[in-house]
Design a binder for this molecule. Structure first.
Ligand code: C2E
Ligand code: CA
Ligand code: CA
Length: 402
């Protein structure tokens, strides 16, 4: 059909090339990036053009939304480049939507499909840019584009974790690392992980991304460990509620730990309090992970919305206090009181504390006095690629230094 590989989000169509035909199953929708596409229906065996779509328009979305066969054909009338949006991407969005929105979408689709599109007696109108999008829609389309490209990036193994040191706050000795995923996209350059992980977490895309990150992080931890055989290092890995809701999460993690000859206590699962508000299966799985010896750390502690009530019912091993508190530690006495209270509470519950975002010697000194256990931040090291971490460890853990 076209000249692109299976793991590219961008699809190129030559002049005259059929993008899809009437009656085809709806396997993808498309956002036109450049070029022009004619949409036509056949009436008495003759094609009747319905409209011409151009850059920024969406086509083929109906058959993907209600899984009915294509009700029209689409043909490139210029060299055309589209971003393909898979049917799975769209159906997950619809299934995850408010039930009222789902009903409205279904009703609307039904109405559109039952309305004749061409008046046989007259000439069908050919409209240009009928689906031209508003700026609100542009944002949605950007998100869908990024999601498609992220899927392709995953297939092409363009996603890699970097590792940021976590250090003993008193001695600055490296105790472990946090795996932080990175994506260097051909089209967008460096994409912020905050942005693309939140898109991935909205759909099941986070599951394969998470599996890949867990696998790479365990494999790399085993390598790092060979550079300092005298003491165990740990790896902190961010885990989204959707990943934990997978029945096989724990068994897959256990396979990895065995494969790379690690102890389960060397793997810390970083979760946010969202996990306490979502799927009960995810929470049950988290409990089982803890029972199996994996450490659980509550990430971004102090920034969420929930009460602390969940801590009476669910035990975790540590808190990661959000960097917002450290940023203002020396300038805002309220931040200082809050941080110290959080540290006291954590220690009262027998938990370890990690303070994120330590950037200056002054902040470090204040934290050393406040009794925090572990520090993470640019002062100790930025997230680094695998090779740089290995060099760092080899330098830091030469037998003479240990
Ligand atoms: P997070 O889990 O809270 O990660 C800590 C973020 O703080 C990282 O941002 C890290 O680079 C940044 N950071 C560390 N030290 C400092 C500092 O001293 N100053 C400042 N200004 N920033 C510091 P990053 O790498 O951009 O990641 C952003 C978020 O993306 C993460 O926040 C996490 O929520 C998410 N993320 C990253 N990797 C993964 C992943 O593998 N899976 C999932 N589900 N989410 C991930
Ligand atoms: Ca984290
Ligand atoms: Ca955090």
């Amino acid at each position: 059909m076209s000249n692109w590989g299976p793991s590219s989000a961008l699809k190129h169509f030559k002049v005259g090339e059929i993008i899809f035909s009437e009656g085809d199953p709806g396997d993808a929708a498309y956002i036109i990036e450049s070029g022009r596409v004619e949409v036509a229906v056949s009436v008495d065996g003759q094609p009747f053009p319905l409209r011409i779509l151009t850059s920024g328009d969406v086509l083929g979305e109906m058959a993907v939304m209600d899984t009915a066969p294509r009700s029209a054909s689409a043909k490139a009338i210029e060299e055309t480049v589209c971003v393909a949006i898979s049917s799975r991407q769209i159906s997950e969005r619809i299934q995850g939507a408010d039930p009222i929105v789902q009903l409205l979408v279904t009703t609307l689709l039904h109405r559109i499909r039952s309305t004749p599109q061409v008046t046989l007696s007259g000439h069908p109108k050919v409209a240009t840019g009928m689906q031209q999008t508003s700026s609100d829609n542009d944002e949605v389309l950007d998100k869908m584009r990024l999601e498609s490209e992220l899927r392709a990036a995953l297939d092409n193994r363009e996603l890699h974790p970097h590792y940021q040191p976590l250090v003993d706050i008193q001695t600055r000795r490296i105790l472990g690392f946090e795996a932080l995923i990175r994506w260097n996209s051909d089209t967008h350059g460096h994409v912020s992980p905050g942005e693309f992980t939140s898109i991935a977490e909205e759909t099941s895309l986070i599951i394969p991304i998470g599996q890949q990150t867990l696998q790479q992080a365990c494999r790399d931890l085993a390598q790092f460990q060979t550079s300092c055989p005298d003491r165990p290092l740990f790896m902190s890995i961010n885990v989204a509620p959707r990943q934990l809701a997978e029945k096989t999460f724990l068994s897959e993690l256990q396979i990895l730990v065995r494969q790379y000859e690690l102890k389960s206590s060397q793997v810390k699962l970083e979760v946010t309090e969202r996990v306490f508000m979502e799927d009960p299966v995810a929470l049950e799985n988290l409990k089982n992970c803890r029972q199996a010896g994996f450490h659980i750390a509550l990430d971004d502690f102090g920034t969420g919305f929930s009460s602390l009530n969940y801590l009476t019912r669910f035990e975790v091993d540590g808190f990661k206090i959000d960097r917002a508190f450290v940023q203002e530690l020396l300038t805002n006495s309220r931040s200082q009181v809050l941080l110290e209270s959080m540290l006291k509470m954590a220690h009262g519950l027998g938990m370890q504390t990690v303070v994120e975002g330590v950037e200056t010697e002054e902040q470090l000194q204040a934290l050393q006095q406040s009794g925090c256990d572990i520090g993470q931040g640019y002062l100790f090291g930025k997230p680094l690629p695998f090779k740089a971490v290995q060099q760092l460890l080899e330098k830091a853990y030469k037998p003479s230094n240990s």
